[in-house]
Design a protein. Structure first.
Length: 364
């Protein structure tokens, strides 16, 4: 993800305001959805009549809009990420993580439609109001996906915990709604339950393999210039403060770039360059004829590896190439024999020219 420290150093209060209002808006939206289900089930008591529940539900919806407005305003005003005003109302129009930001725009547009029709309920048909109000069930999951896919602190325990709590609350209310009045319309209830379960499982799997997996910033559509801007301060500090590799064995998250070049003789060369979160740098060059299904059939290779201050401390070659896994063996290039031979195992993921993944280094 984008390094939070770098974001904060850009516009600290805006970054904090965007994240805080986003989390609060999600909590309030979840509460509104749960209360809407409670109203639908017609839960009430002498001390808490249904009229009170309706009033709280309406006020919560207005609070959601207020915090959502602040969330959007601070995100657009903050110049660190190019969100843009157009993407506020037009889904998937932003250059910054367009798909996942677009889910937030969809949620906002649906919420506006629900709020406006609720305020005009006495002037429109009940059928139209009910039809628009059903879109709330699409608004909430869109907001959750937006939060997971766009947020720069998705992995933080607090943020992840809040998201999980919101999902559990809506699931519990949904189960209550489906169970209320059973077995009336049993087929429709079972279909709705199965659809909801499939959606939850799908989002959970995507979250684990996507936002919670290393390299999500590059894969999610963050502009390359912003990735470089976020990485540059860390690289500069590493070069100044670290001249040694971490103790072997170690595993580090890597980011970088991939470049492909072809010669007139039919040789294709793929160059993978990058750095790790533990102040290490690497370059892998693989050459050979182009493969029919894409990529290259390796006939020669060169690998360099070392700390940020000496990126060619170790040199060697690729020992095996299997899909996204690259295993290389490198040797201390000084020839003094002072350093051990090192086995490097790269697990890489490519999105255009952006590279991400992990690197494990161990004694050969």
């Amino acid at each position: 993800m984008i390094l939070a420290s770098n974001v904060v150093s850009s516009n600290s209060w805006l970054w904090y305001a965007t994240r805080a209002t986003g989390v609060i808006a999600l909590i309030l939206l979840t509460s509104s959805v749960v209360l809407g289900i409670v109203v639908r089930v017609r839960a009430a008591s002498e001390r808490w009549p249904r009229l009170v529940t309706l009033g709280v539900h309406r006020n919560l919806s207005l609070l959601v809009l207020a915090f959502l407005g602040l969330h959007i305003l601070t995100a657009v005003v903050d110049s660190y990420a190019p969100v843009g005003w157009l993407s506020v109302v037009v889904p998937f129009a932003s250059s910054y993580r367009p798909l996942w930001l677009g889910f937030g725009t969809v949620a906002f547009d649906l919420l506006i439609a629900v709020t406006v029709t609720s305020l005009l309920r006495t002037r429109i048909s009940a059928r139209l109001w009910r039809l628009v109000h059903w879109t709330t069930y699409a608004c909430w999951p869109s907001a959750v996906i937006h939060s997971l896919g766009t947020g720069s602190d998705t992995k933080q325990p607090f943020t992840l915990g809040v998201t999980i709590a919101c999902v559990v609350a809506v699931l519990a209310a949904g189960v209550w709604r489906l169970a209320s009045g059973w077995p009336t319309h049993a087929g429709a209830r079972l279909a709705a339950g199965a659809t909801g379960a499939a959606l939850v499982i799908g989002v959970a799997v995507w979250t684990i393999l996507g936002p919670l997996h290393p390299g999500w910033a590059a894969r999610s559509g963050t502009p390359a210039a912003l990735l470089a801007r976020a990485q540059a301060p860390a690289d500069n500090v590493s070069a100044q403060t670290s001249s040694q590799l971490p103790a072997l064995p170690f595993t580090t998250t890597i980011t970088g770039t991939s470049a492909t070049a072809s010669s007139d003789s039919g040789t294709t060369t793929v160059t993978l360059s990058g750095q790790g979160s533990d102040s290490v740098a690497f370059q892998v060059v693989i050459s050979g004829p182009a493969a029919s299904g894409g990529g290259v059939r390796m006939t020669s290779s060169q690998v360099s590896f070392g700390p940020a201050s000496n990126t060619r401390q170790y040199t060697g070659h690729v020992a095996s190439l299997n899909g996204s896994t690259i295993v290389a063996t490198v040797t201390d290039s000084s020839g003094s024999g002072s350093g051990p031979n090192v086995t490097l195992s790269f697990d890489v993921s490519l999105s255009g020219s952006a590279l991400s993944g992990s690197l494990t280094a161990s004694s050969a």
